[in-house]
Design a protein around this ligand. Structure first.
Ligand SMILES: Cc1cc2nc3c(=O)[nH]c(=O)nc-3n(C[C@H](O)[C@H](O)[C@H](O)COP(=O)(O)OP(=O)(O)OC[C@H]3O[C@@H](n4cnc5c(N)ncnc54)[C@H](O)[C@@H]3O)c2cc1C
Length: 444
């Protein structure tokens, strides 16, 4: 089913690549990250094209809950411990600047995208001091924050951590406005890249600068992003008949329930899992919650989406690999791609324009942060090795990306790769990458 955003807004369509072209910059991917990056590059006078495999805004951006916030779950204690205080300050500053830039851009261009200020709130119903610790870390980094047990949620909480002056919007209305005036080619998948050349079925694009904003980079080499990221899938319901919430909420307890209101609906999300490792029926679990806490509510629509999870919880934004000096990458948003897309757009456009980039080092894909990433790295290595080994035993259900065994998700009726998160329809048609071709799968 389509998300609330797609249901309320058809996006305009753009032509396909007309044949081989030359340009200064080529952005691969027309999600929020790609369109924003193309916008800032174009505004800086760099001739830029966007190459989108399907339609703009048809990827994970259409399934987001679109909270624009620097409150990224429990991150600040971990950042200080794993990256150090200076890097944690850079992360805060980049994300706070992103919120300010959204506000400036939307107001200055009068973009009608349901943008409104709201507080972001992490809550817990369990005993423990995780939120107090996060509050201390946030305060140390200069984030205005406060603790309170008062929320608008339909159950009592033990504690809640508020960040005021955050925001929310309609991501596709925003995307549509920002895309207006850019050079965009839809239905133009990039199949391979070499130096300054991108190969598509419709012609070759030669570009001085190449930006991979295609969610999960599809090339195995260089960059080795397959070894540094997995994907995590979450589920959403849109509910009618519930008074609107003023603020946005995320639970830190198991299930990680997320709440925000939009267009007279409550968006309830949660019960995420590593893509391809399928637990119970997440939609049913959300419905059980609704029956218990919002018995009068009506479920209007449901959908799911997934995001790339870096191993140290920080996105990869910057030079793609030292082997390709004119390539850049934007990925690994850890489900916080609204502010991260804005950070990326500013960072990459400034870098290409040779302007100073204040927060480059915390996001650089060249970093190695063993202290912050070793646990996730072990899990990723073990899941990937298992998936690859099982792929050898099950040649009739192998992912075309690297050959891992695909798992059947009965709740979405999709085949999913537990190693890197590619997804396919019941007939094996490609739904989302890093795989770039369909898979051969048993009939269902
Ligand atoms: C359930 C859920 C809720 C979320 N809620 C929030 C939230 O409240 N706040 C927040 O900050 N973040 C949130 N996120 C995260 C956020 O939605 C994502 O990080 C963000 O939308 C990713 O944008 P993107 O542009 O990188 O990817 P996408 O939107 O997926 O765009 C990538 C594009 O690249 C194209 N592409 C792929 N391969 C190729 C190719 N070879 N050639 C050409 N084009 C290609 C695809 O078709 C796609 O259109 C949420 C994520 C999930 C899963």
């Amino acid at each position: 089913m389509k998300s609330i955003w797609h249901d309320t807004l058809p996006l305009p369509s753009y032509p396909s690549l007309p044949g081989s072209i030359r340009t200064e910059a080529a952005v691969i991917g027309g999600g929020l990250a790609g369109i924003l990056t193309a916008y800032y590059l174009t505004r800086s006078g760099i001739q830029t094209v966007v190459l989108e495999a399907r339609r703009i805004g048809s990827g994970q951006t259409s399934g987001t809950t679109a909270k624009i916030t620097a409150q990224h779950n429990l991150i600040y204690q971990k950042l200080i411990a794993g990256f150090g205080e200076e890097a944690a300050r850079q992360y805060v500053s980049a994300n706070q600047q992103a919120i300010r830039e959204y506000t400036r851009l939307i107001r200055s261009k009068s973009i009608d995208c349901d943008f409104q200020e709201a507080s972001a709130c992490l809550y817990t119903r369990l005993p423990g001091d995780a939120l107090s610790q996060e509050y201390k870390a946030a305060s140390r980094l200069g984030i205005p924050a406060h603790l309170s047990a008062d929320t608008e949620l339909p159950f009592p909480v033990r504690n809640a951590l508020y960040f005021p002056n955050q925001a929310e919007f309609h991501p596709l209305k925003f995307l549509k406005a920002v895309a207006n005036g850019l050079t965009i080619y839809e239905n133009t998948p990039v199949l391979s890249a070499k130096g300054h050349h991108l190969h598509t079925p419709l012609g070759e694009v030669t570009a001085r600068h190449i930006i991979f904003a295609c969610h999960y980079p599809f090339l195995l080499w260089p960059g080795l992003y397959f070894a540094r990221m997995y994907q995590s899938r979450s589920y959403c319901l849109s509910l009618a008949g519930i008074p609107p919430l003023k603020d946005m909420y995320l639970g830190i307890d198991p299930g990680g329930l997320s709440f925000r209101s939009a267009r007279k609906r409550l968006l309830l999300g949660g019960f995420g899992h590593r893509t391809g490792i399928i637990p119970d029926n997440s939609y049913q679990r959300l419905q059980n919650f609704v029956h218990k806490y919002y018995p009068a509510a009506k479920t209007v629509s449901h959908w799911s989406a997934q995001d790339c999870m870096s191993l140290d919880q920080v996105p990869y934004i910057g030079p793609y690999s030292f082997l390709e000096p004119d390539w850049y990458v934007i990925t690994g948003f850890n489900k916080w791609g609204m502010t991260a897309s804005m950070v990326a757009a500013q960072l990459i456009s400034r870098k290409i324009c040779k302007k100073p980039v204040p927060w480059e080092s915390v996001f650089t894909p060249r970093r190695i942060r063993l202290k912050a990433s070793w646990r996730e790295a072990m899990t990723h290595l073990s899941e990937s090795s298992r998936g690859l080994a099982l792929g050898l035993l099950h040649p009739n259900r192998r992912c075309p990306h690297m050959g891992c065994r695909l798992k059947w998700n009965p709740y979405e009726c999709t085949w999913e790769c537990p190693c890197h998160g590619s997804r396919f329809s019941h007939q094996g048609k490609l739904l989302s990458g890093p795989a770039q071709t369909s898979a051969s799968v048993p009939s269902r």
